[in-house]
Design a protein around this ligand. Structure first.
Ligand code: F0G
Length: 458
């Protein structure tokens, strides 16, 4: 008999979690103004809000923390981190920051100015926020196929090179750089192929532009390149990473994802002028150049995390768990962005709650219903997160409306996946009873989904 697949690690430390009653959850939802970001984590049974900073560190990472160097300047832990990043990416200049959005803030303070245009593939909300808050514009050039959730293509996160070239040809003088998000979170954790990254590089060279990779889930992207792009089937993940980053000039990183740590980020680049420019902003915003908002011990753990997560077995274990949950949803007929991505399932809320008008935010309603059902916390990645158009102030309904269920790295077991799937099935079975969504009581101007106050309708 062939041996079944199993995790490439065993568990050394556990943390209790607690179930709740439906009555408790009803009360907590009301107190949270129907925004799951406002719940206390103790009120959540299985937390799929995000895969950001929520994973479990390895014994090697915890061991590295004990030897962290906390020197203000020139810490050994910084140099260990820098050498690891250089080895994996080829980038020589490294600036640590406290998380990914801080890397964006530092880099964009140097590169983005009023009236600029930054083309890319589904800019993440903090990325878009940091562009739009500088009165610049994020232009989405993702392939149209990404919007069709039922279409199965291997690289749904790709940049549409025709769209990109149109923007470059029309507004070249306003474009400081092109940004490619690997994997494409907003489109469903969908990967970008090496072929597409090469195409972006070619266009960037033609128009004399630099390329930034928003690299939060770069290792998962490399896994998909290995398993879906025949040219790379025999390459190691580390070889694929080197090749991917050879096509970029700069990376911003949220280490809370593929760095396997709970907090941290960095900028890395091959260009001295970028380093010199960004340097001016890291000191006032983040801290001195060799810690930029991170503890020495956290940089030490990150160096180990980056190394571990660029090994095939670690990524295979993770992505197979996401696929396990997806297979359950297939069994129940629940529609999600296909094929399943690297870090999460993106449930197609428009298709599930098809009687809820889009003006009433179906994915947010679905998020609420899932929490109500079983204390499983997902997150809306849809019309609320899309914010309003900065010029017209209208809601943006042109993207997808997803309930995202993130799977934390090395945290939950397949039994937890079974609970999530059953809870979703119960909500799905009573979907026709849900005809109304939610109304906004209060919202912030930018990145409103974190703090929005809502009221359920019906
Ligand atoms: N880029 C991408 C693609 C992201 O997914 C995130 C964060 C960031 C940048 C910002 O990094 O959180 O360290 O400041 N994504 C989290 C999520 C929050 O839930 O998807 P950060």
């Amino acid at each position: 008999m062939e041996l079944p697949f199993a995790e490439s690690w065993k568990i050394k430390m556990v943390e209790p979690i607690r179930k709740s009653t439906r009555e408790e959850r009803e009360r907590w939802l009301k107190e949270a103004d129907y925004n799951v970001f406002m719940l206390r984590a103790d009120q959540v049974y299985i937390d799929c809000l995000t895969d950001s900073g929520t994973g479990a560190m390895s014994d090697r990472q915890w061991a590295a923390m004990m030897t962290g160097d906390e020197s203000y300047a020139g810490a050994r832990s910084f140099y260990e981190l820098k050498d690891t990043i250089t080895r994996i990416t080829g980038f020589e200049y490294v600036i640590p920051t406290h998380q990914g959005r801080a890397a964006e803030n530092v880099l964009f303070s140097h590169l983005v100015k009023n009236g600029d245009i930054v083309p890319g593939n589904s800019h993440f909300d903090t990325t878009k926020g940091h562009i739009e808050s500088r009165k610049a514009f994020a232009v989405d050039c993702t392939v149209d196929e990404a919007k069709n959730t039922q279409l199965e293509i291997p690289f749904k996160g790709n940049v549409d090179l025709n769209k990109l070239e149109n923007v470059l040809a029309k507004d070249s003088d306003k474009i400081p750089f092109i940004i490619v998000t690997i994997t494409n979170n907003t489109a469903g954790g969908q990967p970008v192929s090496m072929e597409n990254l090469r195409g972006v590089r070619k266009l960037a060279d033609k128009y004399g532009k630099r390329v930034v990779f928003d690299s939060a889930r770069f290792a998962e992207n490399a896994y998909f390149i290995k398993t879906r792009e025949p040219e790379f089937k025999d390459a190691t993940i580390k070889e694929i990473c080197r090749e991917m980053f050879s096509l970029a000039d700069i990376m911003t990183m949220s280490s809370k994802k593929d760095g396997l740590v709970n907090m941290g980020g960095f900028i890395a680049t091959r260009w001295e002028d970028i380093y010199e420019g960004a340097k001016r902003f890291v000191i006032p915003f983040e801290g001195f150049l060799t810690y930029g908002g991170m503890n020495g011990r956290d940089m030490a753990a990150l160096a180990v995390g980056l190394d571990e997560n660029t090994e095939f077995e670690m990524l295979e274990t993770r992505i197979k768990q996401v696929e396990y949950l997806a297979a359950k949803l297939d069994e129940y007929g629940i529609p999600y962005q296909r094929p399943v991505g690297g870090h999460a399932l993106f449930i197609d809320a428009d298709k599930v709650l098809d009687r809820v008008p889009k003006e009433e935010f179906p994915a947010q309603r679905l998020t609420i219903e899932l929490y109500r059902e079983a204390g499983v916390r997902g997150c809306e990645i849809g019309y609320l997160l899309a914010d309003r158009d900065p010029v017209t102030r209208e809601n943006r309904f042109d993207g997808n409306d997803f309930l995202r269920l993130c799977i934390c790295r090395r945290t939950y077991t397949d039994n937890h996946m079974n609970v999530i799937a059953a809870a979703l099935k119960n909500v799905y079975d009573r979907r026709h009873e849900v005809t109304r969504g939610v109304r906004i009581k209060w919202e912030a101007e930018l990145m409103r989904h974190f703090t929005v106050k809502l009221e359920p309708l019906g």
